[in-house]
Design a protein around this ligand. Structure first.
Ligand code: SAH
Length: 347
């Protein structure tokens, strides 16, 4: 039996057609699920008893349940989700001036092994299914609505534990689901996928015809440094990554990527690195998001001093590269960048 929440509207439409129903059925069910938020077929009053019985044979309503909720002093909320097989994932809700954003995990653990990230301490156990990603968004949306019925999740960033392009099909189905006007209707420009640089994923994503934002975790302006920080760079060095991003721009009608760049003291935060970064990304017209490093694991890396971050930022701005310094959320509840990871049992 498959969870009804694991279908995008397109997939549910094909499924309904295969069950000799009109395509309208899928929209009807989507509206019950995501507009009225019912959680059983019996509550769908315009579906006949007979067809309800058929639907019950095909689908269940399984969704991950949030088991731990921690709220930070800045209003950030972290949830731990228990999955059907007992695995756990974390996600975070952040409150910005422009709305509420959920940072969604896409895998249980992660195989990318980036030197600065706690998520990879636990190797990938499995990919998350679309309804397990959707459940993270729905749970936070309910939490907000319980506080105030007017509130809703407005943004989704797929930047939690896991590499989304190592789970491409499930992530795409999840994106199509949340982006559907018949679903929870999160605008494509309010959705961001972040990749460590899986080149085939970037190329495929450019051809999907979506207006979704793409972020690239770059973190270093040359192969020597990037190899040290991110093992993925051995498979897809900058000489392949940058052309793939240029191709992505062409295929996606000039959608710009955002580069994420963690600032680590005396490693990648010099003005020489800023210049190298500028030369590297100039042909791609991307934006740069500078992230103060969170010293989450014992690897000897330290956070770059604010003055260094500002000097790096100013250099990029002077060169005409749009750049921001990322605001930090939830560091007091282990919810900041790089801190999400499934807990060891009994830890
Ligand atoms: N695998 C995807 C998404 C998960 S990582 C990717 O690599 O993009 C999400 C973001 O958090 C990435 O930019 C990552 O580099 C950043 N991050 C990881 N550990 C961090 C740390 N210790 N401090 C600051 N940012 C970190």
């Amino acid at each position: 039996m498959r969870s009804i929440y694991s279908y995008s509207l397109e997939e549910l439409t094909s499924k309904m057609i295969s069950m000799n129903q009109s395509s309208y059925r899928a929209k009807q069910i989507f509206s019950w699920l995501y507009k009225k938020r019912v959680s059983s077929f019996d509550e769908m009053s315009d579906i006949s008893k007979a067809f309800c019985a058929v639907l019950k044979q095909e689908f269940d309503f399984s969704l991950p349940t949030p088991t731990v909720v921690q709220e930070s002093a800045d209003g950030t909320i972290k949830c731990l989700f228990k999955l059907e097989d007992g695995e756990e994932v974390e996600s975070v809700l952040m409150h910005y001036v422009y709305g509420y954003s959920v940072c969604v995990s896409s895998q249980v653990g992660c195989n990318m092994g980036c030197a600065f990230c706690a998520s990879g301490l636990l190797k990938k156990k499995r990919n998350l299914l679309p309804h397990e990603m959707l459940g993270q968004v729905l749970a936070f949306d309910k939490l907000l609505k319980d506080k105030n019925p007017e509130l809703r999740v407005t943004h989704v960033v797929i930047m939690g534990t896991g590499e989304p392009f190592d789970n491409y099909d499930n992530v795409l189905s999840f994106i199509r689901n949340i982006n559907s006007p018949f679903g929870i209707d999160i605008g494509a420009r309010h959705i961001t996928v972040s990749t460590c640089g899986v080149v085939p994923g970037i190329l495929k994503f450019g051809k999907e015809g979506l207006q979704v934002n793409l972020a690239i975790s770059l973190h270093a302006p040359n192969d020597e440094l990037r190899n040290k920080l991110m093992p993925i760079n051995h498979a897809y060095p900058l000489s392949e990554l940058i052309p793939a991003i240029i191709q992505y721009g062409k295929d996606s009608h000039d959608r710009r990527v955002t580069y994420e760049y963690i600032m680590i003291k005396d490693l990648n935060d010099s003005l020489a690195c800023a210049k190298e970064l500028y030369d590297l990304i100039k042909p791609t017209f991307g934006y740069v998001n500078l992230i103060p490093y969170n010293p989450v694991i014992e690897n000897g890396y330290e956070r770059s001093p604010n003055t260094r971050v500002k000097a790096f930022h100013n250099y990029l701005l002077k060169k005409g590269i749009k750049s921001t310094i990322r605001k930090e959320f939830g560091s007091d509840i282990d919810a900041a960048c790089g801190q999400l990871r499934a807990k060891h049992k009994g830890e």
